[in-house]
Design a protein around this ligand. Structure first.
Ligand SMILES: Nc1nc2c(c(=O)[nH]1)N[C@H]1C(S)=C(S)[C@@H](COP(=O)(O)O)O[C@H]1N2
Ligand SMILES: [Mo]
Length: 231
């Protein structure tokens, strides 16, 4: 018997490219090198060309839950635990300031959100560069994406290029409307957004899924059909 999905979620059979439609036509400029900047409340800014270099690699199978209520089960990610990246690279080299426990995340397409450091250090949070046995595609976040399976999909930033250490008192910019970004977005607690209860957002978001899938698929097809494209 399969384990039931979290509250309000429904399984899909295809892992579609997805997000806020404002990002549908934005693609990463660099898809080859998993480079990452570490900035903000740190002693040393880091500009890593190959962020996962030399770190222990892991493989993890987990479900992916979008805030709009679709879930894709059993994705097999490969990469490095964020916790290992933090303890081997970030803590010794960047030396984040004491108390800088809010981490703003940014994708090459301009997508932004943030997570608490304690949530990022959970053992199931990965910096992933492979999915289902293949290098991560542009659709799913090349060259490097965050995977935070206990949090709604919008925390799993694709094309991750920058992490910024902040104090919890600082406010971070978000991609869409502020009400859509919950500071933690834990799936188990149905923290879909700020201000409005999760169960209510289910009904607001669910009808938007088909049109969003279609906008993203069209943009992706246009890109791969265009001259000079790679991937
Ligand atoms: N950079 C970036 N990351 C992103 C998004 C995006 O548009 N851009 N969309 C988010 C949302 S809402 C979801 S559900 C997942 C979708 O991941 P997928 O496109 O690999 O299915 O990515 C998240 N991370
Ligand atoms: Mo999502």
């Amino acid at each position: 018997m399969t384990k039931s999905l979290p509250r309000g979620q429904q399984a899909v059979n295809v892992f579609h490219r997805f997000g806020l439609t404002q990002f549908a036509n934005r693609f990463p400029r660099n898809v080859s090198a998993p480079s990452l900047e570490v900035i903000g409340q740190v002693t040393n800014i880091l500009r890593l060309v190959d962020a996962l270099h030399g770190l222990p690699r892991v493989e993890q199978v987990c479900d992916f839950h979008c805030v709009t209520t679709w879930s894709m089960r059993a994705l097999r990610w490969e990469g490095v635990r964020f916790a290992d990246f933090f303890s081997h690279i970030v803590r010794p080299q960047a030396q984040p300031h004491e108390g800088a426990t809010l981490i703003a995340l940014r994708g090459q397409d301009g997508a932004r959100t943030a997570m608490l450091l304690e949530d990022l250090l959970a053992p199931d949070v990965l910096l992933a560069d492979r999915l289902n046995g293949e290098p991560l595609s542009v659709d799913h976040g090349a060259p490097l994406r965050l995977v935070a399976p206990a949090h709604y999909g919008y925390k799993s930033v694709k094309h991750l290029c920058r992490i910024e250490f902040m104090f919890p008192s600082e406010s971070y910019r978000v991609s869409g409307f502020r009400f859509m970004d919950h500071p933690r977005a834990r799936v188990a607690l149905e923290e879909r957004g700020r201000f409005l209860p999760g169960w209510l957002l289910r009904y607001l978001y669910r009808p938007l899924i088909p049109a969003t899938v279609s906008v993203f698929a069209k943009a992706s097809n246009k890109r791969s059909g265009s001259a000079g494209s790679i991937d």
